[in-house]
Design a protein around this ligand. Structure first.
Ligand code: G1P
Length: 289
């Protein structure tokens, strides 16, 4: 079994739901407390043993790659001003040289197409996908939980959670086989089914560990829901050929692609911070109904 060392981060989306904030800034640069969404995703991946990253970007998104460069002038100024604590924090977060690559998705043809754009990076290795919009607050980083499940099952694993039945049309939904309460055998997958057709209410969130074979199916470029090349459809074709499981991860997921989900993430993450939690708790009382 090959070790999991690669991650793909699809970040080409326009972020129209957050206009005007995202007019000149990538939505993945929006901060939760004081850290951009993209950095949460990269740190979570590193905590799961990922060493190589590939961002699938588009026009106006290059700042996401630059965020991981060393800001030489900034560091020199911080040093001059004796801000050693800030410098230390930046240095601890720095990625080893050469660990970030990027490819361009010139046309917005869907998540499946975005992943296919990273095919040379993926090569013949298992790889993780993190959608930075989905933020997970958990004791063990969500991708680490998936990486452990990959060790155990030797195949594809996606992070899953139950959603209200009427919301199945927003997610990739599982048809469930054997289920031990944590690990679920995947019998089928449908992208954004109408609630009346949904095989369950167990939905995929933005964390995946996939085998490279998925690229063969993606390369067919078949259009699915929303006339897009859907990752879910290509994954569905692997069922029965390679082990495929859903993992009910431990933790809470915030949909930061949605305004309310994003605001909730701000509060939840701020409450985790020893330097902020008291002040935040205090002001929250003001807004109690
Ligand atoms: C994508 C996937 C979907 C998954 C979701 C998780 O949808 O296509 O299967 O459930 O991410 O956030 P999107 O949110 O890009 O429409």
């Amino acid at each position: 079994m090959k070790p999991l060392r690669k991650a793909v981060l699809p970040v080409a989306g326009l972020g129209t739901r957050f206009l005007p904030a995202t007019k000149a800034t990538a939505k993945e640069m929006l901060p939760v407390v004081d850290k951009p969404l993209i950095q949460y995703a990269v740190e979570e991946a590193r905590a799961a043993g990922i060493e190589q990253f590939c961002m699938v970007t588009g026009r106006g998104k290059i700042g996401l790659v630059e965020h991981f460069d060393i800001a030489f002038e900034l560091e020199a100024t911080l040093r001059e001003r004796g801000k050693d604590d800030v410098l230390k924090m930046l240095n601890e977060q720095a990625l080893p040289p050469g660990s970030i690559a990027s490819v361009r998705q010139q046309v917005p043809l869907g998540l499946g197409h975005a992943i296919w754009c990273a095919r040379s990076f993926i090569g013949d290795d298992p790889f993780a996908i993190l959608l930075p919009d989905d933020l997970v607050l958990s004791k063990t980083p969500c991708l680490k939980q998936l990486a452990d499940a990959y060790q155990q099952t030797g195949g594809n694993v996606v992070a899953v959670t139950e959603v209200p039945h009427e919301q199945t049309n927003r997610y990739g939904i599982l048809d469930i086989g054997r289920d031990d309460g944590r690990l679920v055998e995947v019998k089928g997958l449908v992208e954004k089914p109408d609630p009346k057709d949904a095989p369950s209410n167990l939905s995929i969130i933005g964390r995946y560990v996939l085998m490279p074979e998925v690229l063969q199916y993606l390369s067919k470029m078949e259009r699915g829901a929303g006339n897009e090349v859907q990752l879910t459809d290509a994954m569905a074709k692997m069922i029965g050929k390679t082990p495929f499981h859903g993992l009910r991860y431990e933790g809470e997921r915030f949909d930061c692609g949605d305004k309310v989900g994003y605001l909730e993430a701000q509060i939840a993450f701020a409450l985790q911070r020893p330097d902020l939690s008291d002040a935040v708790r205090k002001f929250l009382v003001k807004y109690r109904e």
